[in-house]
Design a protein around this ligand. Sequence first.
Ligand code: HEM
Ligand code: HEM
Length: 431
Amino acid sequence: MVIGTLYGLVGAIELVAPDLLGNIGWLVFGRIRTVHTNLVVFGFLTPALLSVGHFVVPRLLRTQLFSEKLGIFIVCLWNVIVAAIFITLSIGLSQGREYAEAIWEIDILVAIAFALIFINMIMTIRNRQEPLLYVSVWYITAGIILTLIVYAIGNVIWVPGAGALTGIPDAVILWFYGHNVLGLLLTPLAVGIAYYVIPSATRTPLYSHTLSLAGFWSLLVLYSHIGTHHLIQVPAPTWLKVVSIVGSIGMVIPVMIVLINFWYTVKGKMRTIHENIGAKFVFTGTVFYLFTCIQGPIQALPQVQRLTHFSNWVVAHAHMGILGFSGMVAIGGIYFILPKMTGRSIYSKTLAEFQYWMILIGLVGFMVVLTTVGLVQGNSWLNGETIYRILPQIHNYNIVRAGLGVLIVTGAIIGLYNMVRSIFFNLGETA
Ligand code: HEM
Ligand code: HEM
């Protein structure tokens, strides 16, 4: 998260002062942006959520992880993958498809890693002592197997050179994948973890198990095929666009089911959420899930997207969803399980609180500034202005955005320090 957000900050500074860093290859905006998105998605969120998942699933099944050695091997493999993504993208080796930039060799390693994670999880489920499969186990396991399939298809791994089809079919398949990295990897893992943290922190049974399963299946049915809502402006088949728009509106169903279930569980117990920093991060994540998923269906409408597409409006939505929802849940999940793993409370609750506020203020600021910039850009473009004539109008906003980025990077650095201290040099009270 520290390195990924630092890259985001450099990108934001380049949008304010494009010539500041000269013409050094690995520092040009195109590469900085790609490294930023890949590091935050594959370097921070995926391993953070998977690690909490590896703690939660065996606990809920009252059994050991099938193979600790295999788990450690996957961690090493994943770090090799992230380092390889970082190096290849920095030197300009990219397949040029958003969220699928990694070259073929890395794609194969990702597929192997997810296959191994799936084996470890499914064997843990097979060996379980607890007959009931709590909904977190459903979400986390589904996220892993579906990502394996979607990653292989979306990266067109049967075409090693290009990693792509040609023409519109490629755009359709890319966004089937790009959308599902969010919808079938980050979302189910984050929801699965929230389903564990919220009842545990409040020491309250889940409001409704029936609702939890209804939410799970409706997410799978609806989210999986709506990626074409990223292509409303593209000559993709109209029926596919209609399906994606209808599905996007329908997404309100699984989202509201999940949120009603969380919030009714918490009802009357907000104090316990406030007192536990892990639960506080996770609960805040659920609030951002609501905001993201109200905005999402609206911007899937063609009339709205005509204004918002290609503008910073979408970048606001992206940060709200990925950092506000899955990022908050990932950080909260780690803070929640750390004391259970080390047997001691986290190194500093004050630092964790400080990190929380740094990220929250930075993020809310991002949402306001980027949404405003998006509307300025969209309206001007609709009125026939060219892109470069709008730049002076959004310059000051870009400066504020870079400043807000400093808060988020600071939050990331504080979090890293706090977690390293909690794990390796913690002499604090017993949890
Ligand atoms: C963990 C935290 C973060 C996550 C998960 C994240 C995620 C993302 C994603 C998914 C995009 C692509 C958006 C799109 O294509 O619509 C993006 C773009 C970007 N992010 Fe972040 N980001 C994070 C933190 C930051 C920070 C702290 C900054 C610093 C200001 C930043 C600056 C940027 C910039 C400049 C872009 C490119 C926007 C453009 O192309 O106009 N991000 N980020
Ligand atoms: C009800 C659920 C949601 C719907 C209907 C939805 C809809 C959309 C639409 C239509 C776009 C494309 C906008 C455009 O290009 O003009 C988009 C972009 C995006 N969404 Fe969502 N969204 C939802 C939830 C989420 C969640 C939960 C996350 C994060 C975990 C997320 C992350 C993103 C990102 C990162 C992008 C930018 C993709 C890019 O162009 O690089 N969305 N969303």
